[in-house]
Write a protein that binds this ligand. Structure first.
Ligand SMILES: Nc1nc2c(ncn2[C@@H]2O[C@H](COP(=O)(O)OP(=O)(O)OP(=O)(O)O)[C@@H](O)[C@H]2O)c(=O)[nH]1
Length: 318
């Protein structure tokens, strides 16, 4: 197993906010070998108490401050995305790239307002082997949590994520009158016949492509979910009836204009049902209205958008 802790910069002149001067800890120069062993044991057992990156960095910061002055620790990882800061960032930095078995586990930065001595650097570096395993485990935990929320076929959020997200959105809409939401229920038309004619793999491919169109047609603050087989839900934040209708039509046209099947002459279309928030007490009531509007769009001939104006579906577009 090849651990590597590449120190990638030290004592840079990069200006970082200068604020805090930490309480004076024991000098690392005066640490006896016994105290170092004791410190490592303590750090190691503390780091085993959590799988949360933020808590790990806070523990590391608190423990390290016991043996040397450090004003802050910053940790970041690109994939899976993770970021944590403990304390305050300062001008002088000592950075390590954490990797093991050719896998990258992010970058950790120790900062303070004066340079680290050689002895301090050696001490920090010697701690990295205690830090890398808990960080690796925390990243795996983070990935597992993310997987539990993602539909593996389309990469969209799944129903679990949907329930969490819509509960929050409904709560926000209820509290802030100016932050209404819209739900778009989207269902691919005659999807069974696509499966029957081209096979399930092609059907899966159509689902993926439609999901991509949906995802690329909404803003960063909106969210899309795979609701069931060939049905998707979109939640538009800070939305109203005309915005929701415009977004639905844009996606509907993008799907109809795309070549999604091997038979390039054959069009894939989808139907849309919209429900705008109207004092519903919970998200299933709102989704139910969107679903009824979708049912109406199907009944009216498909490849169209129908908006439910609370409480009944009584308005039709397209
Ligand atoms: N390929 C594939 N097919 C799926 C998946 N999930 C559900 N389906 C299929 O989606 C089809 C849905 O068919 P129906 O509910 O009859 O709906 P439809 O044919 O789209 O008809 P309308 O909705 O009325 O336009 C079924 O044949 C399911 O087997 C999936 O993950 N992959």
């Amino acid at each position: 197993m090849a651990n590597s802790f590449t120190q990638i910069s030290f004592g840079t002149n990069k200006a970082l906010p200068q604020t805090l001067v930490d309480a004076t800890p024991v000098s690392v120069e005066s640490l006896t070998p016994e105290k170092v062993v004791d410190f490592r044991l303590q750090l190691s057992s503390q780091l085993q108490t959590t799988l949360e990156i933020e808590q790990l960095i806070t523990i590391l910061y608190r423990q390290l401050k016991k043996i040397m002055p450090v004003s802050g620790i910053e940790y970041m990882c690109e994939k899976p995305h993770a970021k944590a800061i403990a304390g305050r960032l300062h001008k002088h930095r000592c950075c390590y790239q954490l990797s093991m078995d050719k896998m990258n586990f992010g970058e950790i930065i120790f900062t303070r307002n004066k340079r680290f001595s050689e002895k301090e650097l050696a001490t920090i570096e010697s701690m990295m082997d205690l830090v890398i395993f808990p960080i690796r485990n925390a990243l795996k935990h983070l990935e597992a949590l993310a997987c539990a929320m993602i539909d593996p076929l389309t990469g969209l959020y799944n129903r679990t994520a949907m329930s969490i997200s819509l509960t929050r959105e409904i709560e926000r809409a209820r509290r802030h009158e100016d932050q209404s939401i819209s739900i778009l229920a989207v269902d691919i038309d005659h999807f069974k016949s696509i499966n029957d004619r081209y096979g399930h793999l092609t059907g899966d491919n159509v689902l993926r492509q439609v999901a991509q169109i949906v995802q690329s047609s909404i803003r960063g603050c909106d969210a899309s979910f795979r609701w069931g087989g060939e049905e998707f839900l979109i939640c538009l934040s800070n939305s109203n009836a005309s915005l929701a209708h415009m977004v639905a039509e844009r996606i509907r046209e993008a799907i109809a204009d795309s070549t999604l099947l091997p038979d390039k002459e054959r069009q894939v279309t989808a139907s849309f049902g919209i429900a705008n928030y109207s004092n519903e007490s919970d998200w299933p009531a709102l989704v139910d209205r969107a679903d009824k509007a979708l049912y109406s769009a199907k009944a009216q001939g498909r490849n169209r958008t129908v908006t439910s104006l609370s409480p009944q579906v009584n308005s039709q577009f397209a």
